[in-house]
Ligand binder design. Structure first.
Ligand code: PLP
Length: 393
């Protein structure tokens, strides 16, 4: 089989060898139910608590403020729905919530559901041409009944990094003059590998990330919720995770998530080396492919993300051609890439439908080598040229 060059690390990452080694005993030898009081149960209980401490160290918060859920989608849903539902049950008639126009569907859809059910009012903040939320537009959008702001830390498609710490400070200052505070939540799924996620530096009340984007396993997420933040659980039953998320814990997944954050904390992340290669890729594409449009901000951007539109060459066709040559890339966010609808994020950025359809995302990882980038630069210009000839544009 041909060598695979994997440039779809925003969709998922391979499990790191050290992480996998830590997880393996929890599938077979150490299989006790953490709720059981016997020796085997206590062993897995301790493993979960160790992982909780590791995540708390990573986020610089108390272990009591960390909850494990089954995915970042679940954490996003829980944060939005759970906080709004609790606020309503405490007596607020129809809270107002504010999100950015480029949130992940896991945030967007639950907000639309709340509006549909007449539980909340929603403002969707536009982004500027670089894909950034502007503080002035956020400040203008805040109303008397605003209770929740959700802005993602880094975007999964175009890699834009939002000014989370500045938004956090703005909301904290506004809260000083209010009786009913505004809570601030950030989806840090794409950021966790590369950016400072210490919650006090960011000024957030809630934050979540996912194991499989940080060289950990799939099907596990960490959800931080600042002590005292009101929330109603979405999944109820046995009262696991201090009643916020019932269901027998995914012990291997939790152990893997803890090991994955330890790897980032100890290594300081993989950003510097990846950024060098990413910059070489961006420079090479802009140099070698005529009419390549680079999307998003160059400065406020994840170090592993390169995103382009190549007018006249359809995104899906580019991905198929690259795939035939062993290169895995994506047309957009993994969850949307089966859909032919143009990405809402690219449209919010101001791209035309055609430009949005002609887009490719290349996301590097710690396993990416300089020769991988050389290979992409060698073959991508020919692919684009050929596809443009076929489409006649
Ligand atoms: N939020 C962002 C920004 C993501 O990129 C993703 C995954 O693509 C998710 C949430 C959902 O994460 P999970 O796959 O753990 O449900």
């Amino acid at each position: 089989m041909k060598k695979i060059i994997y440039l779809d690390n925003a969709a998922t990452t391979p499990v790191d060898a050290v992480v996998l080694k830590k997880m393996l005993p929890y599938f077979s030898e150490k299989y006790g139910n953490p709720s059981s009081i016997h020796r085997l149960g206590q062993e897995t209980f301790q493993a979960i608590e160790e992982s909780r401490r590791q995540v708390a160290d990573f986020l610089n918060c108390s272990p009591e403020e960390i909850y494990f859920t089954g995915s970042a989608t679940e954490s996003d849903n829980l944060a939005i729905w759970g906080i709004i539902e609790k606020i309503i049950s405490l007596g607020s008639a129809k809270p107002h919530l504010i999100i950015s126009a480029i949130e992940h569907k896991a945030v967007l859809e639950i907000c639309h559901k709340l509006v549909e059910r007449k539980m909340a009012e929603l403002t969707v903040l536009p982004i500027n041409e670089e894909g950034l939320v502007e503080l002035t537009s956020l400040e203008k959008a805040i109303k008397k009944n605003t209770r929740l702001v959700a802005v993602m830390y880094a975007n999964s498609e175009i890699g834009t990094v939002q000014p989370i710490a500045r938004i956090g400070r703005l909301i904290q200052n506004i809260n000083k003059k209010r009786k009913e505070p505004i809570y601030f939540y950030t989806d840090a799924v794409q950021a966790a590998n590369y950016l400072d996620c210490r919650v006090d530096n960011l000024g957030v009340d809630g934050l979540s990330f996912s194991g499989h984007k940080i060289y950990g396993p799939k099907g596990i997420s960490a959800f931080y919720l600042r002590k005292g933040t009101p929330i109603t659980p979405m999944i109820i039953g046995g009262g696991h995770e201090k009643g916020l998320r019932s269901g027998t814990e995914n012990v291997p997944g939790i152990v893997g998530l803890g090991a994955a954050v330890e790897r980032i904390r100890k290594s300081g992340g993989d950003g510097a080396q990846i950024k060098k290669l990413r910059d070489k890729l961006i420079t090479g594409i802009l140099r070698d492919i005529p009419n390549a449009r680079f999307n998003g901000s160059l400065k406020e951007r994840l170090p592993n993300n390169a995103h382009f539109s190549f007018k006249g060459a359809e995104g899906e066709s580019i991905i198929m051609e690259l795939s035939q040559r062993g290169i895995c890339a994506s047309t957009g966010s993994a969850c949307a890439s089966h859909s032919l609808k143009p990405s809402d994020i690219l449209l919010a950025l101001g791209l035309s439908h055609e430009e949005a359809h002609c887009s490719v995302r290349l996301t590097l990882g710690k396993q990416t080598k300089p020769s991988d980038i050389d290979y992409v630069l060698e073959i991508l210009p020919g692919i684009i040229e050929r596809l443009r000839k076929i489409s006649g544009r």
